[in-house]
Design a protein around this ligand. Structure first.
Ligand SMILES: Nc1ncnc2c1ncn2[C@@H]1O[C@H](COP(=O)(O)OP(=O)(O)OP(=O)(O)O)[C@@H](O)[C@H]1O
Length: 245
């Protein structure tokens, strides 16, 4: 796995002067944001805060009206983006077996049949899906499908993994399984950037937090500090269970 923090002096991800507007309304305005350190970074905020828009810009899925995103100092060329993977709120899976979904990605990496088999088995074990290998991916439960979506992202061997509210439709047990996968991947050196509006989840996962509201970053910092002593009054209310409107 490539580690951009070691390879370059640049932050892993940098945003400068980013803005998106639609129909005359500003949706996103992020002047200056650097994501550094090992992560996981949690992008936290209420509905409509601009979290998903920011994540999509970081992954190059949306071209902003203005501004730049760089990874390790490089603009988001196809080659740089090939080192990123993204998992969405609703898992996007192919009409194939569970193993077939993984094999599709492993083939694109040009691995031999034997290497693909070994890697596929390792991934299935990592996601607790060993006994589902031959089952149709479309017949998985919501939690299993999301675990497979994450395994497929991991099969790309990315250096950065973006997750957009991957557990918002899942029950506590399935959520816990996904969170464990995310933490394991992060511990193994993968740079994780994840969107959630669930403060409990942010507390469980985050090393650092980007707090958003109204399309803007209202606070950024280490999770331990931010949760202990948020500078912003609105965030204090949000973290203590109040509504952030
Ligand atoms: N293509 C679009 N056209 C117009 N408005 C959009 C578009 N995409 C997003 N928006 C608006 O931008 C704002 C931010 O959306 P975004 O999806 O980033 O919010 P979010 O913080 O991820 O919220 P949620 O937690 O509800 O997913 C919202 O008001 C949304 O309606």
């Amino acid at each position: 796995m490539r580690d951009f923090s070691v390879m370059t002096d640049h932050p892993i991800l940098s945003v400068r002067g980013l803005s998106i507007a639609r129909d005359g309304k500003a949706l996103l305005g992020v002047d200056h944001l650097d994501l550094d350190g090992p992560g996981p970074t949690i992008i936290l905020g209420p509905n409509g805060a601009g979290k998903s828009l920011l994540l999509r810009c970081l992954h190059g899925l949306i071209t902003p009206d203005r501004g730049t995103v760089t990874q390790g100092g490089q603009t988001l060329t196809d080659q740089v983006r090939a080192g990123q993977a993204m998992v969405f709120q609703r898992p996007v899976l192919l009409r194939r077996s569970v193993a077939g979904n993984l094999d599709f990605v492993l083939r694109r990496r040009g691995l031999s049949r034997a290497a693909r088999k070994t890697e596929c088995e390792g991934l299935l074990a990592q996601g607790g899906l060993e006994d589902k290998a031959r089952q149709s991916a479309r017949s998985l439960s919501g939690g299993e499908a999301q675990r497979l979506a994450i395994l497929r992202a991991l099969a790309c061997k990315p250096s950065v993994l973006f997750l957009d509210e991957p557990t918002s439709a899942l029950d506590p047990q399935a959520t816990q399984e996904i969170e464990q996968m995310v933490l394991r991947a992060s511990d193994q050196g993968l740079r994780v950037v994840m969107v959630t509006h669930d403060i409990g989840q942010a507390r469980r996962l985050a090393r650092d937090v980007v707090m958003m509201h109204g399309g803007r970053v209202v606070e950024q910092g280490l999770a331990a500090q931010m949760f202990a002593a948020p500078e912003n009054g609105m965030i204090r209310r949000f973290l203590s269970g109040g509504l952030m409107v």
